[in-house]
Write a protein that binds this ligand. Structure first.
Ligand code: FE2
Ligand code: FE2
Length: 260
């Protein structure tokens, strides 16, 4: 059953299955998920062969979180690469980006994150020569592969690593083992949101009823609410957490959260 209205913004939880159901049969669609003052997060699904729209933003970094299907990215002068579930892709400011669905299924989904304003009118020039992606460490790789992150850190323990860190955002890739939870806290100056990539997690937010999210679900918690997150699946869970750069946390024992 579809439980979301079309274009509802900053909903506490959006289930990916509901978005698929809402858009069944459409070749290309967008759904605005979050607008939080810093970012605009738009879910895009495009069938293979959908016309691309290569362009440049000179004044902000843009990033994508990959969900269903396979998508080819060509960023700046780098050789094109294919991204799939859980991968994070960044186009630094001034890097032309050309994005094409290459998967075979109906769903080729990516969540694009840019500022609330965004200009897609500058088309740029196709590179005359491609160069390989550099071998480098996170954060801010052009392509952070989900599978590589799991290989890099393993799935035995709790861990987190920053994959995006710029003026607007800090994005952490977080792996949590069954039964584990983070320390309850709240944020005074930013709304936080997450994309679940693996397993099932339970959010406990203020005095609200706890709720659960699984792969592809997007959770949004307004600033000022105490929250903690528990891994409730038998398998470990992976989520991406999007905060502002400073990422100020206020834990229990300090000031109580202003919202309930
Ligand atoms: Fe863009
Ligand atoms: Fe938080």
């Amino acid at each position: 059953m579809v439980t979301i209205a079309s274009q509802t913004v900053n909903q506490e939880i959006i289930h990916l299955a509901d978005l698929r159901a809402l858009n069944d049969g459409k070749e290309r669609w967008n759904h605005l998920l979050n607008k939080d003052g810093r970012n605009r997060a738009l879910l895009i699904s495009a069938a293979p062969g959908a016309p691309p729209d290569p362009h440049i933003h000179s004044d902000f970094n843009e990033f994508w979180i990959m969900l269903d299907g396979e998508t080819e990215y060509q960023i700046g002068q780098y050789v094109p690469f294919t991204a799939k579930w859980g991968d994070v892709v960044i186009a630094p400011a001034g890097y032309r980006h050309d994005i094409r669905s290459t998967g075979t299924g109906p769903w080729n989904m990516r969540l694009v994150v840019g500022p609330q304003w965004s200009n897609h009118d500058i088309k740029g020039i196709e590179p005359s020569k491609f160069i390989p992606l550099p071998q480098a460490e996170p954060a801010n790789l052009i392509h952070t592969s989900y599978e590589w992150m799991l290989e890099r850190h393993g799935t035995e323990n709790n861990w987190g690593e920053e994959v995006v860190l710029d003026q607007r955002n800090r994005v952490n890739f977080i792996h949590s083992i069954p039964g584990s939870s983070n320390n309850p806290h709240w944020h005074p100056d930013f709304d936080e949101w997450w994309v679940v990539l693996k397993g099932e997690l339970e959010w406990r937010v203020g005095k609200k009823d706890p709720f659960r999210a699984g792969p592809g679900d997007v959770v949004f918690v307004e600033k000022g609410y105490r929250h903690d997150i528990v891994t409730v699946s038998d398998e470990s869970a992976v989520r991406l957490a999007v905060t502002n750069r400073a990422g100020v946390h206020i834990y229990d024992g300090d000031d109580p959260a202003p919202k309930e």
